[in-house]
Design a protein around this ligand. Structure first.
Ligand code: ADP
Ligand code: MG
Length: 254
């Protein structure tokens, strides 16, 4: 992982490349000329005011939202439109949401096994073994036979991370993964994310957890009104934001 990747020219190390991406919701220009390159192993934290387009940005990267113009490539390949290729893309791009989004009527183990079997065509026994190992790794191995509603929010979110990891993703997107959690559960989820970052996972993380941004991010991307207004290494961004928008935002949250 290298600091200052924002300044590097595109290389074979680039995993996710958004180029001149635009998106509207009706009259609202929600993503405006977005250029963003994420290198393999890089951890990018996206911050910005509510409504600035952070969730939409994440959702376009695994094509939960279409874009109006521009290009997005993952590992050199443009996003597929539909069908099996799209399912595979979604597996390559793991996503963790604020609201966990586990399958309520499946056990924890089934939640982490299903996608492996259906999309990755893994053998069921092998998929279960991998699921158990991942559940152990995120600290919820003893919860495997329970249903999501029987778990705490922090446990559910860790299952959601394990479920995404089970697909062997190339990149993980986190959209405010701790915003719906009770305060005492935030750290257990952030610790799992810190560990992933240390292991070299490529990550895009929308969060208000500035401690995480400072310690785990290679780069902070600040969005406002559908634009990337500023991007910098965390130390630089937090100590010396350049734009008035970023200064104003930081003054409200720090
Ligand atoms: P953020 O995650 O930064 O809070 P979002 O990406 O969720 O911002 O939303 C950006 C803007 O787009 C907001 O004004 C929001 O109301 C609007 N928006 C988001 N999703 C939709 C949608 N499906 N239809 C219409 N407007 C939307
Ligand atoms: Mg959002």
């Amino acid at each position: 992982m290298t600091k200052g990747a924002a300044d590097a020219a595109p290389t074979a190390g680039d995993l996710v490349v958004l180029s001149n991406v635009n998106k509207h919701f009706g009259a609202l220009h929600v993503l405006q000329d977005i250029d963003l390159t994420i290198a393999r192993g890089e951890v990018v934290v996206v911050i910005g005011p509510s409504g600035s387009g952070k969730s939409t940005l994440c959702r376009t990267i695994n094509r939960l939202e279409t874009i109006d113009s521009g290009t997005i490539t993952i590992d050199g390949k443009p996003l597929p439109d539909e069908g099996r290729e799209l399912a595979r893309l979604r597996a390559d791009v793991g996503m963790v949401f604020q609201s966990f989004n586990l399958f309520a009527h499946k056990t924890v183990l089934e939640n982490v096994t299903l996608g492996q079997v259906k999309v990755r065509k893994a053998d069921k026994k092998e998929a279960e073994a991998k699921a158990r190992a991942l559940l152990d790794r995120v600290g919820v191995g003893t919860q495997a036979d329970k249903y999501p509603a029987q778990l705490s929010g922090g446990q559910q979110q860790r299952v959601a991370i394990a479920r995404a990891l089970a697909m062997g993703p190339k990149v993980m997107l986190f959209d405010e993964p701790t915003s719906a959690l009770d305060p005492e559960m935030i750290n257990e989820v952030l610790e799992v994310m810190q560990q992933l970052a240390r292991e070299g996972m490529t990550m895009v993380v929308v969060t208000h957890e500035m401690g995480f941004a400072r310690s785990a991010a290679n780069r902070v991307v600040f969005m406002a009104d559908g634009r990337i207004v500023e991007e910098a290494a965390p130390d630089q961004f937090f100590s010396n934001p350049r734009s008035d928008r970023a200064k104003d935002f930081l003054s409200k949250i720090l």
